[in-house]
Design a protein around this ligand. Structure first.
Ligand SMILES: C[S@@+](CC[C@H](N)C(=O)[O-])C[C@H]1O[C@@H](n2cnc3c(N)ncnc32)[C@H](O)[C@@H]1O
Length: 224
C-alpha cells in the first residue's frame, strides 16, 4: 500500500462509462495516497443516530442478509441483526478489528486497486455506507460488485450530506443532494450488469432535524 505523502498515480480511466463525466470530476483536493489520511483510526460515527437507524431499517426492508460485503467499512456496519457472514473492506485495521459484526475484514485501497479479491458470485448482497463519494475509480468498483454479488443480490449505496471534504471527489462537491443521487445512479447505469434501472430513495429527506439519508440501489442481473 502506498502510505507516502506523494500523490498516488492518476488512475487510467479505460472504462467507457467515464465518457458520462466531465474532465476533473474525480479529482480531489488531497491527492496524496489514501493510506495517509485513513492511517489514523476514527472510532466515531459519521451520521447521527436516526440516520444510522434508518440505514439498518433499509437493510432489513431490502433483505440484505446472508453472505454480505460491506465496502469502505469501519467499526460499525449498521445492521440491526448482523448477517451470518459479513466481510468488511476498509482502510484502517484498528477500525476493522473493532467491528463486532464482521466475520472477515480486509484492508484495501480501492482507489489504488479497484479489483475485489473475491470469487465471482460469492456474496448475497453488498453495501457501501456514506463512502461512495471517496471513490476515484467508481465504475471499476461497481463492475466488480456486480461480479462478486450473485444474480438477484443487491448493491445498496447510502449517503448523507457530510463528507471528509479533501477526500471527496470534485464532482460530489459541485452537486446538491439530488445531484448526488444522480451521480450514484449514473455509476449503476454504466456498469453492471444490473437487472433494473437504479432505484433512488430519499429515505430521510432534509429538513426534519436529522441528517438526511439517501439510497441508490440495484440488483445484479443474471449473466447473459
Ligand atoms: C465516512 S467513513 C464511513 C465508514 C462506514 N462505512 C460507516 O458507515 O461508518 C469512510 C470510510 O471509507 C473508507 N475508505 C475511504 N477511502 C477508501 C479507499 N480508497 N478504499 C477503501 N476504503 C476507503 C474508509 O476506510 C472509511 O472508513
Amino acid at each position: 500500500m502506498n502510505l507516502g505523502s506523494e500523490p498516488s498515480s492518476p488512475p487510467v480511466r479505460g472504462h467507457p462509462g467515464y465518457g458520462s463525466f466531465p474532465d476533473g470530476f474525480f479529482d480531489r483536493a488531497d491527492e496524496t495516497a489514501d493510506g495517509l489520511f485513513y492511517g489514523q483510526p476514527r472510532l466515531v460515527t459519521h451520521i447521527d443516530d436516526r440516520a444510522i437507524a434508518a440505514v439498518g431499517e433499509l437493510y432489513v426492508r431490502l433483505g440484505i442478509t446472508g453472505v454480505v460485503l460491506d465496502l469502505m467499512g469501519s467499526w460499525v456496519s449498521h445492521f440491526h441483526t448482523p448477517p451470518a457472514d459479513l466481510t468488511v473492506l476498509g482502510m484502517n485495521p484498528t477500525e476493522l478489528d473493532a467491528n463486532e459484526a464482521a466475520t472477515r475484514t480486509l484492508v484495501q485501497d480501492l482507489n489504488l486497486d479497484p479489483t475485489l479479491p473475491f470469487e465471482t458470485n460469492s456474496f448475497d448482497g453488498a453495501v457501501c455506507c456514506v463512502s461512495v463519494d471517496y471513490l476515484c475509480q467508481p465504475l471499476e468498483v461497481f463492475d466488480e460488485v456486480a461480479r462478486v454479488v450473485c444474480p438477484g443480490g443487491r448493491f445498496l449505496c447510502t449517503f448523507s450530506n457530510r463528507c471528509f471534504p479533501t477526500k471527496a471527489i470534485r464532482g460530489w462537491h459541485l452537486a446538491d443532494d439530488a445531484g448526488h443521487t444522480e451521480i450514484v445512479a449514473e455509476y449503476f447505469r454504466v456498469t453492471g450488469p444490473w437487472s433494473t434501472a437504479p432505484v433512488i430513495e430519499a429515505v430521510l429527506p432534509p429538513g426534519f432535524g436529522t441528517d438526511p439519508l439517501f439510497a441508490v440501489h440495484a440488483t445484479v442481473a443474471a449473466a447473459a
